[in-house]
Design a protein around this ligand. Structure first.
Ligand code: RP5
Length: 163
């Protein structure tokens, strides 16, 4: 799934990660940020992962959001092979509820950073919002959209009524 001239690459280790990573896709769509979504596995398709990381910047991508579960090496291995910022999303695993994914992504050796977000759907949403914030630093329209989003969110909380 890809827009023309994507700015953000959303990758995931397996099709089974889509239920989580679709939230990043939907958030980027909300802001009209051109992006692509692909399955690229660190373990099952290591050559494709290397090619993706090596060509991402030349293809115009500015940010990569990488989601993976279990032995979640995808964000770190992609970060090792590109200068683009990599935002890691720990996918909730069946065996350990995503704690394994979180620790696999967050515990990078000094010198090769990945940003790491919350386990699961919130992490996917926030990785997309973080990508929007990074892009908005040099795009005033996107900055306005982000301010509107925050205002709508605040208004929603303000109008919430407890049962
Ligand atoms: C990881 O293994 C993927 O990111 C996924 O979260 C996990 C399980 O993959 P499947 O066995 O469901 O394909 O590589």
């Amino acid at each position: 799934m890809a827009d023309d001239n994507p700015l953000v690459g959303v990758i995931m280790g397996s099709k089974s990660d889509w239920d989580t990573m679709c939230h990043a896709h939907e958030m980027l769509d909300t802001f009209g940020v051109a992006h692509e979504c692909r399955v690229v596995s660190a373990h099952r398709t290591p050559d494709a992962m290397r090619d993706y990381a090596n060509t991402a910047a030349d293809r115009g991508l500015e940010i990569i959001i990488a989601g993976a579960g279990g032995a979640a090496h995808l964000p770190g291995m992609v970060a090792a092979q590109t200068l683009l910022p990599v935002l890691g999303v720990p996918v909730k695993s069946r065996a350990l509820n995503g704690l394994d994914s979180l620790l696999s992504i967050v515990q990078m050796p000094g010198g090769v950073p990945t940003a790491t977000f919350a386990i699961g759907d919130s992490g996917a949403r926030n990785a997309a919002l973080f990508a929007v914030a990074m892009l908005a630093a040099h795009r005033s329209e996107l900055r306005e959209s982000l301010a509107d989003f925050r205002q709508r969110q605040a208004d929603q909380v303000g109008s919430d009524r407890l049962p």
